[in-house]
Design a protein around this ligand. Structure first.
Ligand SMILES: Cc1cc2nc3c(=O)[nH]c(=O)nc-3n(C[C@H](O)[C@H](O)[C@H](O)COP(=O)(O)OP(=O)(O)OC[C@H]3O[C@@H](n4cnc5c(N)ncnc54)[C@H](O)[C@@H]3O)c2cc1C
Length: 457
């Protein structure tokens, strides 16, 4: 079958890869001149890379790990020690660690939590542990039921002190969806905790060894091309033309450099666009169907990714760090964590700025100035001295509509990959799959979409 796919993020590329493996011929049409969507990255004039987002791969990412194995690029994942490291608010410049011993799950998680006494008191640990019992016993069906509650509401329901939020879950919910615990659905936090507590390596983290377009996306494209498929850049989907029966007649694809549109006719059509641009392209006659109408409740959340290059080394830590700062979420010194960005003399911090609603419209200079204020607390030894570290250069990447905002009630709105239109399918991290809006979710959605197309043949 010939399959036209719009969008060369991880979902579109994964869909095309698995379609090729099943003997089909996909062509991917990407609007921008770069692969990867939310994992896209660019090089500045000095040859330094900057990215849409600081990206972490987890041990729990089974489909992603399988994809790396199938492409023969597993050595590109740089696995870190099995730990979670938080900045201590009360003692600037210090860290509190959850270290997972090499034991089967959930023992390793329980040991990591019990052995950390900086952040949670014993009564808080016990209250929280008891709260998690239903999630462990009833599994995913309980987790899905909890989509009625925000994380803060869920904690209240289980009489877990609000302080647990301030200590741990403010940082975690910002890392998971760039919003705070009052907004995030408890399903999202419980899903992550379930994966982390039920799989031995579930919460172990890896960094890619370089920029994602070349180190991850290009091998997928090579795989697709070697099997007769194609991936075309600067070719946006501009419209979906219908037959009289409401099925897709063709994709209207914009020409190179804004040139004339091309009618692309295929046996099946896939949107691997994020949900926000997809909604704008839906044909009017589809919009009232419940499957498509529900999409109006899924909306991208703003986030900002900041890159700061310094004149010296700020830290030797080779890991992701949870800042526990008001303005920032997670960050890492990429000069330590990523082979391609390595620098033994000078740090490059990549920091996620979230929640970003109030900041997305502000100037880059304002955002960097606010971030530098936060760094005084994170690295007092380098910024509160007579000879403070100097910022050599910065790049700010804003994504006004990133992954969909996972507020309560969204699970019921997420669409299956197979739509009610016989020859139209969806892939994307927002579509229904057992992982969150994440790289793993995107790869799995692409795989499920390829399966749905093969089955519909
Ligand atoms: C700052 C940040 C940090 C993140 N950190 C992590 C992390 O640590 N771990 C993790 O697992 N996930 C993380 N994510 C989430 C992860 O990046 C996404 O879930 C995933 O990459 C989404 O893939 P996708 O293919 O579904 O969508 P996208 O990557 O958005 O791909 C959609 C593609 O469609 C294209 N497109 C749009 N309109 C058109 C059109 N009209 N025609 C053709 N193409 C079009 C876009 O250009 C894009 O290439 C992060 C995201 C951000 C923004």
């Amino acid at each position: 079958m010939r399959v036209a796919i719009a969008g060369a993020g991880l979902a579109g590329l994964s869909c095309a890869k698995y379609l090729c493996d099943a003997g089909h011929t996909p062509v991917v049409y990407e609007a921008r001149n770069v692969l990867g969507g939310k994992v896209a990255a660019w090089q500045d004039n000095d040859g330094d890379w900057y990215e849409t987002g600081l990206h972490i791969f987890f041990g729990a990412y089974r489909n992603m790990r399988q994809l790396f194995a199938e492409l023969g690029i597993e050595d590109r994942l740089q696995w870190k020690s099995h730990s979670m490291i938080f900045n201590q608010r009360e003692v600037p410049g210090t860290y509190s660690r959850f270290d997972f011993p090499d034991l089967p799950a959930p023992l390793n998680g329980v040991a990591a939590i019990l052995s950390n006494n900086d952040m949670l008191s014993w009564p808080e640990k016990i209250a929280f542990g008891l709260g998690l019992v239903p999630a462990m016993l009833r599994g995913q069906s309980y987790v899905e039921d909890c989509d009625r509650y925000s994380w803060t509401e869920w904690l209240k329901l289980h009489n877990i002190p609000e302080r647990v939020n301030d200590e741990v879950f403010l940082a975690m919910s910002k890392a998971l969806n760039f919003i705070g615990p009052d907004e995030i659905s408890s399903t999202v936090v419980l899903t992550a905790l379930n994966r982390f507590l039920q799989e031995r390596d579930g919460s172990r983290m890896a960094f890619l060894d370089g920029n994602p377009p070349q180190r991850l996306c290009e091998p997928i494209v090579d795989h697709i091309r070697a099997r007769g498929g194609e991936v075309l850049l600067s070719r946006p989907l501009r419209g979906i033309d219908l037959r009289d029966d409401g099925s897709v007649a063709s994709f209207r694809i914009g020409g190179l450099e804004g040139g004339g549109a091309e009618e692309v006719v295929a046996d099946a059509y896939v949107s691997a666009l994020p949900v926000d641009p997809l909604k704008r392209l839906l044909p009017d006659t589809w919009k009232e169907q419940p499957y498509f109408a529900k999409l109006s409740g899924l909306n991208g959340v703003p986030v900002i990714n900041i890159h700061l290059w310094f004149d010296r080394k700020l830290t030797e830590i080779d890991h992701l760090l949870f800042s526990r700062s008001e303005l920032l979420s997670v960050y890492a010194d990429m000069s330590n964590t990523c082979r391609e960005y390595a620098d033994p003399e000078r740090s490059m911090l990549e920091l996620v700025f979230a929640p970003a609603k109030e900041w997305i419209g502000r100037s880059d200079a304002d955002i960097v100035a606010a971030t530098m204020e936060e760094l005084k607390r994170l690295f007092p030894q380098h910024f509160q001295t007579d000879n403070p570290a100097k910022l050599r250069k910065f790049v700010v990447v804003k994504t006004p509509l990133s992954v969909y905002k996972t507020v309560p009630g969204c699970q019921a709105l997420r669409p299956a990959q197979r739509s009610p239109i016989s020859n139209f399918f969806l892939a994307g991290d927002y579509t229904m799959q057992r992982y969150l809006a994440s790289m793993e979710g995107a790869v799995l959605s692409g795989k499920l979409c390829a399966q749905a197309i093969s089955e519909a043949k």
